[in-house]
Design a protein around this ligand. Structure first.
Ligand SMILES: [Zn+2]
Ligand SMILES: [Zn+2]
Ligand SMILES: [Zn+2]
Length: 357
């Protein structure tokens, strides 16, 4: 994530903010400018910003009415919702307690995901515009009847379902412990499920399928059988030598989705580190200060550069967290096969961007 400043008073502002704490101007993310910017009202829900003098904007309807969004829509776009909100097809029942907060958390995580996907120039159409290949989100709550089947977080042909319970910190932590996972976050779910979507778009029926199978295994393996085995069997002793997470070892599709999510963790965190001018000087680094690349260059950088920057950043993240008495921010160990799979994700994304431009 880049760093943003209020266009009126230069105060540092953050991606999720809606008002400048210093000068009080309204803020909105302008997707066409890739900027969080301050706004001036023109009346009638029209706004302008010093960040884009010649343009007018409306606030996304989920911003002006519901307060779950902070993005703007160019005034000449007839859609009431912003680029991110129009991807959501089913929202929770807002009459139920806690549902509005859960929806807000879902949209916050989704906007951060969309920011990175746009930055990586990945295809991103909604299902209304492109019913066949587009994307839609459904945020669903478990049924009240305890005997009814629970909502499963997952992806099916462009429709991504996320169980609302994952927006509840206590419940998600309970699930994390029950499943023995070192890492479980709402943003992580969004990054994992979109991985399945991009497998369909970028790997399936593409010339990359053979390379995929070579690295990740044959995805024609029975999926439900593989997942059943995964949950019924004790973890194999050596999964870390081949996979990025234990769950990735369940099936090649899950391996890809876990690797894809991991790649997005890396790209976003490295962009943030670079935006803040983070330079690392590890003690044994024979006086070589590691300068991280410019944020706008992240997608163009070679995978070797990315991974070389990545390890020291993770050491700092974890050490800072331990200093605060918190669990490791990055509880992963990357084996050579896992790194090779990350490289494949990188090359797939770059390959797509180059084919389009
Ligand atoms: Zn300000
Ligand atoms: Zn919106
Ligand atoms: Zn999955």
């Amino acid at each position: 994530m880049k760093i943003f400043h209020c266009n009126h008073c230069q105060q540092l502002v953050f991606f999720e903010n809606i008002q400048c704490v210093k000068c009080g101007h309204a803020l909105a993310y302008l997707p066409d400018q890739v900027l969080l910017a301050s706004l001036e009202p023109l009346g009638d829900n029209l706004w302008r910003s010093p960040a884009a003098e010649d343009r007018t904007y409306r606030l996304c309807e989920n911003y002006s009415r519901e307060n779950v969004c902070n993005w703007a829509v160019p005034a000449d776009d007839p859609h009431p919702l912003c680029q991110s909100c129009r991807l959501t097809r089913v929202i929770p029942d807002l009459d139920r307690p806690g549902r509005k907060e859960a929806w807000y958390r879902m949209e916050v995580a989704k906007r951060r995901l969309i920011y990175t996907l746009v930055n990586l120039r990945l295809p991103l159409a909604n299902k209304t515009d492109d019913p066949e290949r587009g994307l839609a989100y459904e945020f669903l709550a478990d049924p009240d009847d305890p005997n009814a089947p629970p909502v499963l977080t997952g992806h099916d042909n462009g429709v991504i379902t996320i169980n609302l319970a994952e927006a509840d910190d206590a419940e998600r932590e309970r699930r994390r412990q029950q499943l023995g996972e070192p890492y479980r976050t709402l943003l992580g779910h969004f990054r994992h499920e979109i991985g399945h979507y991009y497998w369909d778009r970028l790997i399936k029926d593409s010339r990359r399928i053979d390379d995929f199978r070579h690295l990740f295994g044959d995805e024609r393996l029975d999926y439900s059988e593989a997942l059943k085995n995964h949950y019924n069997r004790a973890p194999s002793a050596d999964w870390q030598e081949h996979y990025i997470s234990h769950y990735a070892s369940s099936h090649p599709w899950e391996d890809w989705a876990e690797t894809f999510a991991h790649y997005l963790h890396m790209v976003d965190t490295l962009e943030t580190a670079a935006a803040w001018g983070l330079a690392l000087r590890p003690p044994e680094a024979n006086e070589l200060s590691l300068k991280l690349g410019r944020p706008e260059k992240v997608p163009e950088r070679s995978f070797d550069e990315l991974i070389e920057d990545w390890f020291p950043v993770t050491y700092v993240l974890n050490t800072l967290n331990r200093g605060m008495g918190l669990p490791d921010a990055y509880p992963f160990v990357l084996s050579t096969p896992a790194i090779n799979k990350l490289r494949f994700v990188h090359e797939t994304i770059l390959g797509y961007a180059h084919e389009q431009h």
